[in-house]
Design a protein around this ligand. Structure first.
Ligand code: ATP
Length: 347
C-alpha cells in the first residue's frame, strides 16, 4: 500500500512562512494535483515529501511508515522535477533504463519497460541519442519516461509537461492519466495550470499562501468553490462575482427576483460564465457587450453590468456587436453565494 499522510507539515525560510501546517491524506493509487499560483508553496511541499527540502515541523507517512527523516534514496519514490535532470553521459535508452538497472531487473524486462515508456512518451526515435541533442520538451519526456519505467508505487511530479507545446501536452495528459491509473500509482502532481489539474487529478488541492484552501474532486472545486480565490483561480474564464444586496430575503437583478440565501446584507453571487441564459429582448440583468470572442464551441462575451465586468458564454454562431445590450438570467441552482466581507462561501 502506498497511501500518503501529510501531517501538519510546516516550513519557514528565515522569517517567511512558506507552508502553514499542511495536512493531507492521499489514498493508495490516488492522483492528487497541488494547484496554486506562483509562490503558494507547491514545490516546497513536494520537495519536503521527496526529502529534498528539510521541514520545520510535521511528518510524512507513506504506506504506514514514517519517512520524515529517511534519506531521499530510501523513500522508494520516483520523481520528475521542473529541471527534468537527465544524465547527459547516457543515451536516452540508458536514461530510461536507469531505475530498472538500479533494481537489478533482467534485460528482457528492461527492454520491455523501456519500449513501453518510450512509446507512451513518443521518444522512440531518440533512444540512441544523447540528451544534449534533444529539445527541452524531448528531454522532459525522457525524464517522465524514466520515472514511469520502474512502475513506482509513488510518483512525484513538478510541472512535468511545462516544456511541451499545447497539442503534445493534451495528448501526454490523457496518456499519463491512463497509464498511472492502470499501474495503480499514487501520484502527487504540482501545477499552476488549472486545466491540467482538472483533467488529470482525482482530487485537486488548491493552495494559496502556504495553505490548502480547498481539496475536492475537480468538478466540485469548479462548481462549488469555497472561497472567491478558488472560484477566481480555477476555471477559464474565472468565476464571475456579482455584488448584490439581499432585502427581505430576495435579491433584485434589474427586475429579476432571486431568492436570497440570507434575509438581508451584502453578498457576492458567484456565477460561472456558462450559467447565464441570454435574453435578446433584455429581460434580466442588464449586460452591455464590450468584446465577443468566437472560440469555436462557444462565443465568450466580455461586458459590463452596472459597472461590473462579467464574462458570459453565448452560443457559437450569434452576432454580438459591441454595445449590444442583453439581459442575463443566472441559473439559480448554480449560483455560489459568498459572504461579501470574507469572500467565503455560505453553507
Ligand atoms: P512556483 O509555481 O513559482 O514554483 P510554488 O508554489 O512552487 O511556486 P515554492 O517554490 O514552494 O512555491 O515557494 C513558496 C515560498 O517559499 C515562496 O514565497 C518562495 O519565495 C519561498 N522559498 C522557496 N524556496 C526558498 C528558499 N530556498 N529560500 C527562501 N525562500 C524560499
Amino acid at each position: 500500500m502506498a497511501d500518503i499522510k501529510i501531517d501538519k507539515i510546516a516550513k519557514t525560510f528565515g522569517n517567511a512562512r512558506a507552508l502553514d501546517e499542511i495536512t493531507l491524506d492521499i489514498a493508495d493509487g490516488e492522483f492528487i494535483a497541488l494547484l496554486g499560483p506562483s509562490g503558494c508553496g507547491k514545490t516546497t511541499l513536494l520537495r519536503i515529501i521527496a526529502g529534498l527540502e528539510t521541514r520545520s515541523a510535521g511528518r510524512v507517512i507513506i504506506g504506514g511508515r514514517d519517512i520524515s527523516d529517511t534519506p531521499t534514496r530510501a523513500r522508494g519514490l520516483a520523481m520528475v522535477f521542473q529541471n527534468y535532470a537527465v544524465f547527459p553521459h547516457m543515451t536516452v535508452y540508458e536514461n530510461v533504463a536507469f531505475g530498472l538497472r538500479m533494481q537489478k531487473a533482467d534485460e528482457a524486462r528492461i527492454k520491455a519497460q523501456v519500449a513501453r515508456a518510450a512509446e507512451l512518451l513518443h521518444i522512440e526515435p531518440y533512444l540512441e541519442r544523447y540528451p544534449a541533442k534533444l529539445s527541452g520538451g524531448q528531454r522532459q519526456r525522457v525524464a517522465v519516461a524514466r520515472a514511469l519505467a520502474v512502475e513506482p508505487p509513488v510518483l512525484l511530479m513538478d510541472e512535468p509537461l511545462s516544456n511541451l507545446d499545447a497539442l503534445l501536452r493534451l495528448e501526454m495528459r490523457a496518456e499519463l492519466k491512463a497509464v498511472l491509473r492502470e499501474a495503480g500509482t499514487t501520484t502527487i502532481y504540482v501545477t499552476h495550470d488549472q486545466t491540467e489539474a482538472m483533467g488529470l487529478a482525482d482530487r485537486i488541492a488548491v493552495m494559496h499562501g502556504g495553505r490548502i484552501v480547498q481539496i475536492d474532486k475537480p468538478t466540485a472545486v469548479y462548481s462549488r468553490p469555497k472561497t472567491t480565490f478558488v472560484g477566481g483561480f480555477v476555471g477559464s474564464p474565472p468565476m464571475n462575482f456579482l455584488p448584490v444586496t439581499a432585502a427581505s430575503g430576495a435579491i433584485d437583478l434589474d427586475g429579476l427576483s432571486l431568492a436570497a440565501p440570507r434575509p438581508e446584507g451584502n453578498l457576492l453571487a458567484g456565477i460561472r460564465a456558462e450559467d447565464f441564459a441570454l435574453s435578446h429582448s433584455g429581460e434580466g440583468l442588464a449586460f452591455d457587450v464590450m468584446v465577443a470572442e468566437p472560440l469555436g464551441s462557444h462565443t465568450l462575451l466580455t461586458g459590463r453590468s452596472h459597472g461590473q465586468m462579467l464574462r458570459v458564454v453565448a452560443p457559437p454562431n450569434g452576432d454580438y456587436p459591441a454595445d449590444t445590450r442583453l439581459g442575463l438570467k443566472p441559473d439559480p441552482n448554480r449560483i455560489v453565494w459568498m459572504d461579501a466581507a470574507s469572500g467565503e462561501a455560505l453553507r
